[in-house]
Design a binder for this molecule. Structure first.
Ligand code: ATP
Ligand code: XMP
Ligand code: GLN
Ligand code: MG
Length: 512
């Protein structure tokens, strides 16, 4: 079945992915396209509605991102947000200017709404602003539908042409009733029925995979983590025994993880699974390397080389499947004009030559919490679905600086104690992700009246819903105390523990 589709046209904003997921949360399928996409391609997708995102530029400057005016003629309702709103005004003959002290607005702002299908049913009047420019003159055919104390045109509409614009950001959590405004756009203006659900995602993906793979063979990188487990189960539903899962024990896993993953998958899933022990291979490639991006690229490449070697043994597999999700893609700098934060091993860390016909990534557009929902619907057990995320490069990026077996062993012991204590305190599920890290730092201590000189262990726990932003977890002192005592007492080679209290941004979740 072909679903209703809303297109998000990307002008380089910070919250584009949020817009997309808000649309999906309203049961409408959504795709993000760069603003440079050909108008014919946009038309061919026959969208039910189009949303222009915000962006860092100024619509009136010559080199700012723009779009052909033909977009206004293709018949789909349009909603512009912030830069998108300003661009509509600029393209259709209104005026956008740099704001003086007066017109700039950042953060929470009081607003007065007028009559509009967008604002039906709203009961509050506070929005979230982030703009320096402002619309000083309406384009012809438009009317003002909201204003603030400082911004005369906080929203505008042309009902006849179905074009709407808002200066504020309805997609962010802090915009009161922003979700209602987006819902009104979808249901009152675009008149969608809302035919997209996680059920239909599963059905569609399975059909899509069947069509693509036919009776050819696929190899799926399986880590035992959430994303690859969900990807593997989806693939298995689609192609059955033509799927082989491959679990690489690269020596950078947590304590007992290799054996646990192998056992759990053999017990619970009726899939072909191969475990490859490749510790020496990975550690020898990482010898002497300290720079995080270089480490990530080496690990990314080794994964692929191991997959290729196994594929060769099995008689050449046609497809490689990975559990890549959206944050892996965006942080690797593979979005439109987005900066590279770190090369996730499965995206930015992939080598150029990959000996498979194609890579299949069934979850590439989704966020972690969406993947979890789908996993539960596929019947995967909760203990697997609610495992904390664990990065593919594993301890390779948690041992800061050069990776050695000795350091990995120290970290494995510390991390195992940390997890055990979090579970004992009943905090594991409340925390989005927690782990220990081993900075390349030794400190002096005193134990049994003897001097020690041993490694520092960092522990981190974060609260988040999608991993895109996070806050540090406010861990009770008594739990911290127990963790610290046990690590220093029980782990040979560690004599000090620190707790990371950095949010993301400005930090990232992993230290490298
Ligand atoms: N040890 C491994 N063996 C085989 N494939 C792996 C391994 N680690 C990661 N991968 C591949 O890389 C992808 C990305 O890893 P990532 O850690 O983001 O996802 P995950 O492990 O599936 O889920 P989670 O985020 O819950 O850890 C995985 O989905 C999987 O396809
Ligand atoms: O599979 C992965 N391959 C990687 O290379 C990688 N780097 C980070 N992560 C995980 O992604 C989430 C966001 O991490 P950061 O805030 O550190 O960028 C967190 O959950 C990280 O653990 C990775 N996962
Ligand atoms: N958040 C935005 O889209 C900002 C739009 C534009 N760059 C401004 O400062 O007004
Ligand atoms: Mg993982």
């Amino acid at each position: 079945m072909k679903h209703e589709l809303v297109l998000v046209i990307d002008f380089g904003g910070q919250y584009n992915q949020l817009i997309a997921r808000r649309v999906r949360e309203n049961n409408v399928y959504c795709e993000i396209l760069p603003c440079t996409t050909d108008i014919e391609k946009i038309k061919a997708k026959n969208p039910s509605g189009i949303i222009f995102t915000g962006g860092p530029n100024s619509a009136y400057l010559p080199d700012s991102p723009t779009i052909s005016k033909e977009i206004f003629e293709i018949g789909a309702p349009i909603l512009g947000i912030c830069y998108g709103d300003q661009l509509i005004a600029h393209l259709l003959g209104g005026k956008v200017e740099k704001g003086g002290k007066q017109q700039k607005e950042y953060g929470k702002t009081e607003i007065t709404y007028g009559e509009s299908a967008l604002f039906e049913g709203l009961t509050t009047n506070s929005v979230w602003m982030s703009h320096t420019d402002y619309i000083s003159e309406l384009p012809e055919g438009f009317e003002i539908i909201a204003h603030t104390a400082d911004c005369p045109i906080a929203a505008m509409q042309n009902v006849e042409k179905n074009i709407y614009g808002v200066q504020f950001h309805p997609e962010v959590e802090h915009c009161l009733e922003g979700d209602k405004i987006l819902r009104n756009f979808l249901y009152n203006v675009c008149k969608v029925k809302g035919d997209w659900t996680t059920d239909s995602f599963i059905e569609d993906k399975i059909r899509e995979i069947k069509e693509k793979v036919g009776d050819r063979k696929a190899l799926c990188g399986l880590s035992g983590g959430v994303d690859s487990s969900v990807a593997a189960v989806l693939m298995h539903r689609a192609i059955g025994d033509n799927l082989t899962c491959i679990f690489v024990d690269h020596g950078l896993l947590r304590k007992n993880e290799g054996d646990d993953v192998e056992r759990i998958f053999k017990e619970r899933f009726d899939m072909n699974l191969i475990r490859v022990n490749a510790e020496d291979r990975f550690l020898s490639k990482l010898k002497g390397v300290t720079e995080p991006e270089q480490k990530r690229k080496i690990i990314g490449e080794e994964f692929i080389r191991v997959f290729e070697a196994e594929s060769e043994k099995l008689g050449k597999m046609d497809f490689l499947v990975q559990g890549t999700i959206y944050p892996d893609v965006i942080e690797s700098g593979h979005g439109n004009g987005a900066a590279t934060i770190k090369s996730h091993h499965n995206v930015g860390g992939l080598p150029e030559d990959v000996d498979f016909q194609e890579i299949i990534e069934p979850l590439r557009e989704l966020f972690k919490d969406e993947v979890r929902k789908i996993g539960l619907e596929l019947g995967i057990d909760e203990d697997l679905i609610f495992r904390h995320p664990f990065p593919g490069p594993g301890l390779g990026i948690r041992v800061i600086g050069e990776v050695t077996k000795e350091k990995c062993d120290i970290l494995r012991e510390a991390d195992a104690i940390y997890m055990e204590e979090l579970k004992r305190a009943g905090l594991y599920r409340d925390i989005w992700q927690a782990f220990a890290t081993l900075p390349d730092v030794k400190t002096v201590g005193v134990m049994g009246d003897e001097r020690t000189y041993a490694y520092l262990v960092g522990i981190r726990a974060v609260a988040s819903s999608d991993g895109m932003t996070s806050d540090w977890y406010k861990m009770p002192y008594d739990v911290l105390e127990r963790i610290s005592n046990r690590i220093v007492n029980e782990v040979d080679g560690a004599n000090r523990v620190v707790y990371d209290i950095t949010s993301k941004p400005p930090g990232t979740i992993e230290w490298e």
